[in-house]
Design a protein. Structure first.
Lengths: 642, 101
């Protein structure tokens, strides 16, 4: 598996470098280079994935290159190939390839066409670098590189001020998380003397009862490391309270929203926690914290989506909410369920974004769904694929999203956390509401923008094929992987929760068919039906019910519009106070102390002293002579021995 | 025989006059140069007195050397004054204060 993995990782990097140093390149050639670089990765990942599903069990770790070694510490670049790696690389390369294909048409005519593909190729490389890493150093490097590519791509249209402020926000918020991650990695290095995952996991029993002294308090070591690492994961995966960069990141091109901000990069946090499952199993209260954060993100961020009207922002909040479901599964120690939901979510959410991109292109870059309508007949393929992705997101039984999401909800149904269960079920209702809202406003109703139906297909092939291809896994991958993969010791060499999974399967699932049939009577299915009925009255029948509700509860509406205060926190409070603080530092430390005291102060002092000393120089010859004689006399008086 | 202290007093009076000539003279730079000559002479006078008193010819021979140097020095000094006068059209000491800080 060594050479296949190396090719999977470095093929996109080679693509990016080739494009970077190829000065004269037509748009056609650039897209061919970028797509074939990703295509090679995609085919090899698919091969590994199929090989693995068909029973070729693999778990191997390779040392590729020792970066440097110093007094007992080894900093290495390595490869870890196991089930988790293979699944993640399949997701990333598969979606990346079809997003690249989509981008050929979407970015057509853009003056920076080549730059776009350099960035996306580089992003794919960085993401694969994280996924295949076998040590924390490589994880951190990849983590920074995906952050960089995300920054570059959000600000891709850099002469739009909103895009520039959005990429700055994303970068700064991620930096907060990076501090946590870096501190965690440093702590791991100094306590276990190794950055390798397996070395660290082997030392976990020894470190279990260790404490560290932090400002006089003795804190348990492992939960503290887990907490620090989770700060990094929360920033990357947009969990409360570090989530507010993700809706703004929709300023980037839509394929980027599909690739980075829905399917791959934002799931890096989930992936990391699942990868470090032996650590998180031992970290007690941190898991509870993760659970609380996940559930509140899932519920509250979904509610924010209800008051949004920008199609991309709605889907972005939906992404945050679905990431909340994954985080909740992590918090309950069912890491495999989180990865499973990550898998299905990646496909249907990427598809939703690509459909949104097609809609936006068709509507001449109008993103407000209240101004759209009646696109069903004009864009039939987008209509069908959006429908599939939408019901998969809602969790309609038999769709991919259903299997993964209902599994997560069922964890809490059969545990004591009944409050969490009801929150997540309410989340399903809200998911249904906003999904049908987009659907009704965009595809049904009147054709407000007066868009004409073209005789040929609705768009070029490059825009249509990715939609059709992604619709297949959005609908079927959930069921097809359910029994054979998820509950067949699939993750047993990479994630530690397989005994829990076995029990869960025997007690509550039995078989995918029984799980499917059972869910038809479950609360979440009732919630989906309720949601559809409610959205029919709220959004389809124009009898002013929605306006009545929002007028009756202006406070609630304002809270949601303000995103529980996070909007004003991130756009007003933090910048204002930060500017004030920076102003104080500038005026006091820079201007007063450094400039006025040290730099100008030294010069002024010398100037002052010399202005006094200068008065001694009269320029008259007789004064100098007089001074000389007097001086001579003084010396005589002092040194002459009378 | 005239006591030596008399000679020394004459010599120190000469020295003091030349010193005063340098300090108090605020007009003519040539007078300043002359005072300088006088100062040298008073010192030479001292050499001769002590040489005679100690019966040693070295002092008197040394005076010749000093006089040679003084002649050269006053030649240079006069040359400088000529150049100065050409530039400033003045030999007034108070006018020459370009080194004032």
């Amino acid at each position: 598996m060594y050479w296949q993995s190396m090719v999977i990782i470095f093929s996109p990097l080679i693509g990016a470098i080739t494009l970077l140093f190829k000065n004269k390149s037509t748009d056609f050639l650039s897209s061919i280079i970028a797509n074939s670089a990703i295509g090679i990765s995609m085919l090899l990942s698919l091969w590994l994935f199929i090989l693995y599903i068909s029973g070729h069990n693999v778990s191997e770790s390779h040392l590729v290159y020792t970066w440097y070694a110093t007094s007992g510490y080894f900093f290495e670049i390595g490869l870890l190939v196991d089930s988790l790696t293979i699944v993640m690389s399949f997701i990333v390369t598969f979606i990346s390839f079809f997003v690249h294909m989509y981008s050929i048409a979407y970015m057509k005519g853009d003056p920076s066409f080549k730059r776009f593909f350099i960035y996306t190729n580089f992003f794919t490389f960085s993401m694969l670098f994280i996924i295949f890493s076998n040590n924390f150093l490589q994880l951190f490097i990849g983590w920074e590189l995906v952050g960089l590519s995300s920054y570059l791509l959000i600000g891709f249209w850099y002469n739009k001020p909103s895009a520039v402020s959005a990429n700055l926000k994303a970068f700064v918020v991620n930096r907060v998380g990076d501090i946590g991650l870096l501190l965690g990695v440093i702590l791991i290095l100094i306590t276990s003397n190794s950055l390798n995952y397996t070395d660290f996991f082997d030392k976990l029993p020894l470190l279990k009862d260790d404490t560290i002294n932090l400002l006089g308090y003795h804190i348990e070591l492992l939960p503290f490391i887990a907490l620090l690492l989770f700060i990094g994961a929360a920033a990357k995966s947009a969990q409360i309270p570090l989530h507010f960069w993700l809706p703004d990141s929709m300023e980037g091109p839509t394929p980027i929203s599909a690739l980075i901000h829905a399917a791959t990069m934002v799931t890096a946090g989930i992936f990391m926690v699942a990868r470090l499952s032996p650590l998180y199993d031992l970290s007690g209260y941190v898991l509870d914290l993760i659970l609380v954060i996940g559930v509140s993100t899932a519920l509250f961020m979904g509610m924010v989506a209800l008051v949004q009207n920008d199609i991309k922002r709605i889907i972005a909040y939906s992404t945050i909410s679905q990431l909340g479901y994954m985080t909740a599964a992590l918090g309950a120690s069912y890491y495999s369920f989180a990865i499973y939901h990550l898998l299905t979510h990646a496909f249907f959410k990427a598809l939703l974004f690509l459909c949104a991109g097609s809609i936006i292109l068709k509507c001449h870059h109008e993103q407000d769904i209240t101004k759209m309508g009646g696109l069903r007949k004009i864009m039939p393929i987008t209509f069908i694929t959006f429908f599939i992705a939408g019901i998969s997101l809602m969790g309609v039984p038999s769709m991919s999203g259903f299997f993964s999401k209902d599994l997560i909800i069922d964890i809490f149904k059969y545990s004591d956390n009944i409050f969490v269960y009801y929150s997540l079920v309410l989340g399903v209702f809200i998911t249904t509401l906003y999904t049908s809202k987009i659907f009704i406003k965009v595809f049904l109703g009147n054709n407000q923008l007066k868009i004409k139906k073209q005789l040929d297909l609705e768009h070029s092939d490059a825009l249509i094929i990715p939609l059709l291809v992604l619709a297949i896994p959005s609908a079927f991958i959930g069921w097809s992987l359910f029994d054979g993969v998820l509950f067949n010791d699939f993750f047993d060499n990479s994630i530690t929760d397989y005994t829990r999974l076995d029990q869960f399967y025997i007690l509550h699932v039995e078989h995918s068919v029984s799980f499917f049939l059972h869910s038809l009577t479950s609360l979440s299915f009732i919630m989906i039906i309720l949601g559809i009925v409610a959205s029919y009255f709220l959004y389809y029948k124009n009898d002013g019910l929605l306006e009545n509700i929002s007028e009756k509860f202006p406070l609630l509406r304002n809270i949601l519009l303000n995103e529980y205060g996070f909007t004003s926190l991130s756009n007003k409070i933090i910048p204002t106070y930060f500017k004030k603080l920076a102003n104080i530092i500038w005026m006091k430390s820079d201007v007063d102390i450094i400039d006025n005291f040290f730099v100008n102060g030294t010069a002024n002092l010398i100037n002052f002293i010399s202005s006094k000393v200068r008065l001694m120089q009269t320029g008259y010859l007789y004064h100098y002579a007089f001074t000389m004689i007097i001086g001579l006399l003084l010396f005589l008086i002092i040194f002459y021995d009378f | 025989m005239i006591p030596m202290s008399h000679y020394l007093i004459v010599s120190s009076i000469l020295f003091s006059i030349s010193l005063a000539g340098i300090f108090l003279n605020r007009k003519n730079i040539i007078i300043m140069l002359m005072s300088l000559e006088l100062m040298f002479l008073s010192i030479n006078f001292n050499f001769i007195i002590f040489g005679n008193y100690l019966n040693d010819l070295t002092g008197q021979i040394f005076v010749f050397f000093i006089l040679t140097v003084v002649a050269a020095e006053s030649a240079i000094g006069l040359a400088i004054i000529v150049v100065l006068y050409r530039n400033k059209q003045s030999i007034n000491v108070q006018d020459i204060a370009r080194l004032k800080g």
